[in-house]
Write a protein that binds this ligand. Structure first.
Ligand code: PMP
Ligand code: GLU
Length: 397
């Protein structure tokens, strides 16, 4: 008997979380697995942020907060956007949620009618097309391969805009490729969008601070764009706070109000203590952010150097985030014993079983010829993981 809704039945489970769970299960059985699957910083939350959370508990921040979050947190985010991004928002234009994941989903649910199209450049973060489907919209996938550094061009964007286009989801720095759109590239996309004022841009900037090429650029900075852009960001990646679940949107009043209405009916404001921790993250020292960024950059250099030596891998040099997304289709069709590697999902399963390294196949990211490796782990793990991968791949005939 299947009593589930069509909406739910059409949804795929999150491949990143599924692979991470598989890896944890193997670990629990005593297998020495190196987990390069889930994308989360391996650092602990900085001490001053933890102290703020402890104080919040003692100060009895134990009741419902306003649905969009405490004014103090929203004001801290307003200051952050002004100082770091040169963008002026009011506290009413900020809405906090249970992680950037909910922020993205809120924005999609308030915008998309059944049949509306949402442009999703591929490779994409696994959850975007699923969230669009949840809203009964149609994800319109635009593919950008490794030869164009996984970034779409203005011409590609223009080619898929139709009267039904409601939104474009832009993720820079990107999960899963680590590619970063330059100011000029964003300007090119903004020029196309200027011709289609009905298209809203969902700018997922969660990897803003994990950027190896200088100042972060937001599409909201271009003339006419701020009024139609929803910036999504949060504390998970920059401050090593994935478990605290605080994300936010910054956007036009009408859209933020709608997200508040939606959130008020199904989750309310996010965790009170986490909000006080996030406030400390935004108002306190930014030194830990810089330290972590430096560590990620060093690991990026290390994994790129090692992965380039893996026969059959084609490697781009990621400019941000903490993912490597090598093209690995030269292994498709090869086998080990009776195990045939048909695609990158099979390759990920093979590497988990044979090398005990957990990666995520590219299919769920809309790029079946690539495989994702998160290098948010120690140098030793990176070195050992690539050694094992190389050894396991050499067995494929
Ligand atoms: N957007 C992207 C591109 C991500 O990789 C993630 C990671 N989970 C999120 C949003 C959501 O982050 P969180 O919900 O932890 O804030
Ligand atoms: N965003 C991270 C990833 O892509 C965390 C898992 C998830 O929420 O998808 O691995």
């Amino acid at each position: 008997m299947n009593q589930l809704s069509d909406r739910l039945n059409s949804l795929s489970p999150s491949a990143t979380l599924a692979m991470s769970q598989k890896s944890n299960e193997l670990k629990a059985q005593g297998v020495d697995v190196i987990n390069l699957s889930v994308g989360e910083p391996d650092f602990n939350t900085p001490d001053h942020i933890k102290e703020a959370a402890k104080k919040a508990i003692d100060d009895n921040y134990s009741r419902y907060s306003p649905v969009p979050g405490y004014p103090a947190l929203r004001n801290a985010i307003v200051e952050k956007l002004k100082k770091e991004n040169g963008l002026e928002y009011t506290a009413a234009q900020i809405s906090c949620a249970n992680g950037a994941k909910q922020s993205v989903c809120n924005a999609i649910l308030v915008l998309v009618n059944p049949g509306d199209e949402v442009i999703v450049p591929a490779p994409y973060w696994v959850s975007y097309p699923e969230m669009v489907k949840l809203a009964e919209g149609t994800p319109v996938i635009v593919s950008a391969g490794i030869e164009q550094d996984f970034k779409i061009t203005p011409a590609q964007l223009e080619a898929v805009i139709t009267p039904k286009t409601k939104a474009l989801i832009l993720c820079s720095p990107s999960n899963p490729t680590g590619s970063v759109y330059s100011k000029e590239e964003l300007a090119g996309l903004a020029t196309v969008l200027a011709k289609y004022p009905q298209v809203i841009v969902l700018a997922d900037e969660i990897y803003e601070h994990i950027n190896y090429i200088g100042a972060h650029q937001s599409i909201a900075q271009f003339p006419g764009m701020k009024e139609r852009t929803v910036i999504v960001n949060g504390v998970s990646k920059a401050y090593a706070m994935t478990g605290w679940r605080i994300g936010f949107i910054a956007g036009p009043d009408w859209l933020v109000k709608a997200c508040n209405k939606l959130q008020g009916q199904y989750t309310s404001g996010p965790c009170s203590v986490s909000q006080k921790a996030a406030e400390a993250a935004y108002t306190g020292t930014q030194e830990p952010v810089k330290e972590m960024q430096k560590a990620f950059e060093r690991r990026r250099d290390l994994i790129v150097e090692l992965a380039k030596e893996v026969p059959g891998f084609e490697v781009n040099v990621p400019q941000g985030a903490f993912y490597l997304f090598p093209k690995c289709d030269s292994y498709f069709g090869k086998s080990f014993g009776d195990q045939v590697v048909k695609d990158s999902d099979d390759l990920a399963m093979y590497l988990l079983g044979e090398a005990h390294v957990a990666c995520v196949g590219g299919t769920s990211f809309g790029a079946p010829d690539c495989i994702r490796m998160s290098y948010a782990t120690s140098d030793e793990n990176i070195v050992e993981a690539i050694r094992r991968i190389k050894e396991a791949l050499a067995k494929l005939k």
